[in-house]
Design a protein around this ligand. Structure first.
Ligand SMILES: O=P(O)(O)OC[C@H]1O[C@H](OP(=O)(O)OP(=O)(O)O)[C@H](O)[C@@H]1O
Ligand SMILES: O=c1cc[nH]c(=O)[nH]1
Ligand SMILES: [Mg+2]
Length: 211
């Protein structure tokens, strides 16, 4: 597993506003979208491409395009849904799968309540979107679904991660082709499993308090 922590003042600036408890839901949603577009730029560095010949108004030249099959992007609902538009803005030519997961607040174990993925992901590059990598339980389970369907290559984009979550990912995917791109690596988890300093409950801040 490879880890890339974004180190760019624009990302840190936007992330600081996102963390601020005074930031409204409306502003939170647009900042998440902007941050994901910036993080996706880094996360798609190894997207598969092929060269092809084209004619400009002046001369023939060689261009580059993404190869078939196009990548699959999977937002982890709820909070990951807030990242989808930002990703699609940068990479419109993808397919979209969905995973609905919620973390049990007592046990901190992930529960999967929705799964809509192509049956066969052989030879597909996959991207998983979830703003928060806390204990890592949800992202490990999500990426396991992708590997079970035949994926060989998964890149996760997270806005904030904990060292505990990164460690869990490293253990789970030591020998796998997994890349994690994060906007910030925070201090750790508190007794409730929340990232410190973090930004609180990303799903609630995007969409309001869940039942
Ligand atoms: O790394 P973990 O310890 O598994 O925690 C991270 C998960 O928790 C949050 O989702 P949540 O369960 O709050 O669901 P929501 O997106 O519906 O709010 C977050 O979006 C991740 O999916
Ligand atoms: O800090 C955290 C941890 C899990 N899920 C969140 O939304 N925030
Ligand atoms: Mg939540």
């Amino acid at each position: 597993m490879r880890l890339h922590v974004a180190d760019h003042p624009l990302i840190t600036h936007k992330l600081s506003v996102l963390r601020d408890e005074r930031t409204s839901s409306q502003q939170f949603r647009s900042l998440v979208e902007e941050l994901v577009t910036l993080l996706s730029y880094e996360a798609t560095r190894d997207v598969r491409t092929e060269s092809y010949e084209l004619q400009t108004p002046v001369a023939k030249t060689t261009g580059l395009r993404m190869t078939d099959p196009v990548p699959l992007v999977v937002p982890i609902i709820r909070a990951g849904l807030g990242m989808l538009d930002g990703f699609l803005k940068l990479v419109p030519n993808v397919e979209v799968g969905f995973l609905g997961m919620r973390r049990n607040e007592e046990t901190l174990q992930p529960e999967t309540y929705a799964k809509r993925l192509p049956e066969n992901l052989a030879n597909r590059q996959c991207f998983a979107l979830d703003p928060m990598l806390a204990t890592g339980g949800s992202l490990v389970a999500a990426i396991d679904f992708l590997f079970d369907a035949g994926a060989v290559d998964v890149t996760a984009i997270c806005i904030v991660a904990s060292p505990e979550g990164i460690e869990r990912m490293r253990e789970a995917f030591a020998d796998r082709n997994v890349t994690v791109v994060v906007g910030a690596l925070d201090e750790g988890l508190n007794e409730d499993g929340f990232i410190v300093p973090g930004l609180g409950d990303a799903g609630d801040r995007l969409y309001g308090v869940a039942e």
